[in-house]
Every structure is written in structure tokens, then in C-alpha cells.
Write a protein that binds this ligand. Structure first.
Ligand code: BGC
Length: 416
């Protein structure tokens, strides 16, 4: 309530109100994993918006791209009976917590504001549970992107690769020139991000759907899947020796600094380029992983509100702020993602952002908007983690491709 009053009051009156104890009592603890330079800048947009409304922001950052460590901390907090007020979550993790009855319904805000009309159906599948809104989608990210250093491409006379063969030819040229071709981080989710782009490129969207979403045994055990692993093994030969344990944003920095040619990463990488003062088209290039144009493997950050002892008013304010068109523009132009609403103008977005918005609309219209396995939008955590294990073991040379295919089939079967 108080925030509505503050919104309509002038500065001095609002400040006086905020100083009152009732107002100061409104606070929100937010658990998230946005700790890189670009992520922190984007998060600040939300933090400032809330603080302007008199809500105190208690930050609970848990470092670790992809959110694995954040999920462990969340589980511990809930088990201890002390959940954070608001939490960044992805895909099936949202559904899992909703099933356990832990999440505050956002129906009050969502229905009043007509979220159902502007949020894409693919997202609503996760933002709603049992007919009720339980998550506020912040953005749409996607994973099948390539981030390239423009000066490296220009110096070597390289063009944007359109096919697998083009890509290999470009990587060979970089290698010959003494540049690390691929900036890769060494964590299971990063290997899975690269792997799913190769899978989509190799098998196409129908194969992706069959293998990653339907878990079709024939697709998982197919010759196409063997080619996927063979190709990933080939890409591995273009990665430097020090990749193990490297964070994703440090890999992005290698491309920003021209130490590496490309990174295969979701569009949160763009936030790092922008944070370093780099411009798309001039300093860096963004394009879809060769052979995947037309399909978007998405992951959308969503905020859920945990049931707790306090008032739900600040939670509703946060949810409402997140879905406001102003926030969608202010946040996503910094974060690298595109709006979670279909009615937001792309005017203020840079060339990569506008491409992201266009690709998303086209993919949604042609049924080629598919959930990212690596980021929890294709399968629940148990199956995702089973896949991670195989992908990482293969990436680290423990399995050859034929063994990896067999292991994948049995790991998925066991995890079901
Ligand atoms: C999230 C992004 C985040 C990235 C790296 C992804 O799972 O969706 O918002 O920037 O992980 O931390």
C-alpha cells in the first residue's frame, strides 16, 4: 500500500513517509546469482526501483553462473524454515517449488495487470502452476548464440560462419594466428550450454524436441547423437588448457580483450561487453550458432515469492514492478536479454537486442521456441544433472563419443 502512496506523492512528502516506521518495515530479501559485472548492473535497476518505493532491499547473492549453488543455498534456507522473500528461479525449479506449496500466489497482481495477454505461452507454462500465477518472468534469454571479437574477425578476414564447416574453418584460422579460438569456462552448465547448441545445429529443432524434451530413447541413442558428441570433441580442441573451473564471465573477458575469438554462451554475455564499454557491430558480433537460425533455445529468469511470516505487499510490489514495461526496457537493455512481454517496443535495444526480439517472435510463431536443457527449461533438475554428468565426462575426455551416447541413454533412464 505504502508504495502506492509514495508513487503519488511529491519528493519531500514521500521521503517523510518513508522515514515512518510502518514504511521502513517493508523490506525484501532477494536471493539471486547475478554477481558478474553486467549482471550486477542490471540487478541494480531493480534494486533502485524498489528503493524508490520505500522498500528496503536485502541482497542475498550466491555466486555461480547458472544458479546451481544458489539452489543449494535456497534448499538449506527453506529447510531451516527461513526462506528468502524473493528468489530468482528457472523453469522446472519453479514448478518443483510450486508443487511443494511454498510459493505465494501472484494472481492478485497478474490478473489485474493482464499478464496473461502479454507473456508468451512458453513462459506461462512455467510462470503458472495449477492455473495460478506463481512467478514473474523478468526476461527471455537464449542459449544458441555466438559472441565474437570483431577485430579478430576483421584481422583474419573472417565472415560470420553460417555452417558447421564455416565455423571449423574460422576456428582453424584463429588457431593458426595464435589466438585461442574458443573462450570456454569449465563448469558443467557451461559445457551443457555449448553441447545443446551443437545438438540443435546437428539435429535441427525436431531432433532437439525429441531428445531433450520428449526424452525419446531412439533419439538419445541415435547416430545423430554420436555426431553431436563428435562435434563437441572437435570444439574441445580449440579450447585453451586453463579452462577448468573458469567462470563464464572470465571467458567472455577473453573475447572482449581479443585473447580469444568466440564464446558460445547465452545473451547474458552481452551484458559483459556492454559493461566494458563495447558496442555491437563495432567491437563485437552476435549471431546464432551456425545452423540454428530460426530456433531459439530459451531460458527466462523468473522471480518467485516464498510464503513467509510477513506481509505479502512488498512481494506484490516487486512482481508488479518486474512486469512493468519501463522495467522490462531498463533492465533488459543492460542484462542482454529481451523483454518477457510481447508488447514492449524494441526501439531502445541495440542491434543484438533487436535481433533477439525478432528471433524470439519468429521462433514462437513457428513452434521453434524450445526450452534450454542446460538452464532447466527442458527437464527437471534430476534429469538435467544426469545429462550434465555425461556431457562433462565426455568434455573432459573420460568417454569417447560412442560411450557417451550409451551413458546418456542409461543416465536418463535411471533419472526418470
Ligand atoms: C541466467 C542468467 C545468468 C546466467 C549466468 C543463467 O542461468 O538465466 O540470468 O546471467 O545464468 O549466471
Amino acid at each position: 500500500m505504502a508504495f502506492r502512496i509514495a508513487k503519488t506523492l511529491g519528493g519531500a512528502a514521500a521521503i517523510a513517509l518513508m522515514a515512518s516506521s510502518a514504511f521502513a518495515a517493508e523490506k525484501i530479501e532477494v536471493l539471486h546469482w547475478w554477481t558478474s559485472g553486467g549482471e550486477a548492473k542490471a540487478l541494480n535497476v531493480l534494486k533502485q526501483m524498489l528503493e524508490k518505493q520505500g522498500i528496503t532491499w536485502e541482497d542475498m547473492p550466491v555466486a555461480g553462473g547458472g544458479g546451481e549453488q544458489a539452489m543449494t543455498v535456497l534448499r538449506a534456507r527453506v529447510t531451516a524454515g527461513n526462506p528468502p522473500t524473493a528468489v530468482q528461479l528457472l523453469g522446472f525449479d519453479i514448478t518443483d517449488w510450486a508443487k511443494q506449496g511454498q510459493l505465494t500466489s501472484l494472481d492478485e497482481v497478474a490478473n489485474k495487470e493482464g499478464w496473461g495477454k502479454v507473456i508468451p505461452a512458453a513462459l506461462q507454462n512455467f510462470s503458472k502452476y495449477d492455473g495460478h500465477w506463481i512467478a514473474a518472468p523478468v526476461n527471455v534469454h537464449s542459449t544458441n548464440w555466438v559472441w565474437a571479437n570483431k577485430a579478430v574477425f576483421d584481422k583474419l578476414g573472417l565472415k560470420q560462419p553460417e555452417t558447421w564447416d564455416d565455423l571449423i574453418a574460422a576456428l582453424d584460422k584463429m588457431k593458426a594466428a595464435g589466438i585461442t579460438p574458443i573462450a570456454q569456462g569449465g563448469q558443467p552448465w557451461q559445457e551443457a550450454t555449448l553441447w545443446e547448441a551443437v545438438l540443435l545445429s546437428t539435429g535441427g529443432p525436431d531432433f532437439y524436441k525429441k531428445a531433450m524434451i520428449d526424452l525419446d530413447k531412439d533419439a538419445l541413442g541415435s547416430d545423430t547423437m554420436k555426431t553431436v558428441f563428435d562435434r563437441v570433441a572437435k570444439l574441445r580442441t580449440y579450447v585453451d588448457d586453463n579452462f577448468s573451473g573458469r567462470d563464464w564471465n572470465l571467458a567472455t573477458a577473453m573475447v572482449i580483450e581479443g585473447k580469444a575469438g568466440v564464446q558460445f554462451m547465452g545473451d547474458w554475455a552481452k551484458g559483459e561487453f556492454l559493461g566494458a564499454g563495447k558496442k555491437p557491430g563495432d567491437d563485437f558480433m552476435c549471431f546464432r550458432f551456425p545452423g540454428t537460425q530460426g530456433t531459439v533455445t530459451f531460458n527466462a529468469d523468473q522471480f518467485v515469492m516464498f510464503k513467509g511470516k510477513g506481509s505479502t505487499a512488498p512481494q506484490m510490489t516487486l512482481a508488479s514492478d518486474i512486469e512493468s514495461p519501463e522495467f522490462q526496457v531498463a533492465f533488459n537493455t543492460v542484462k542482454g536479454s529481451v523483454p518477457a512481454r510481447t508488447d514492449v517496443s524494441g526501439e531502445k535495444f541495440d542491434a543484438c537486442g533487436q535481433k533477439g526480439i525478432k528471433d524470439l517472435a519468429e521462433a514462437a510463431a513457428s513452434n521453434h521456441l524450445l526450452g534450454s536443457m542446460a538452464h532447466g527449461y527442458a527437464q527437471p533438475a534430476s534429469i538435467k544433472n544426469a545429462m550434465y554428468d555425461v556431457i562433462t565426462a565426455h568434455f573432459n575426455g573420460e568417454y569417447d563419443s560412442a560411450t557417451a551416447v550409451k551413458e546418456l541413454v542409461s543416465a536418463v533412464e535411471d533419472a526418470k
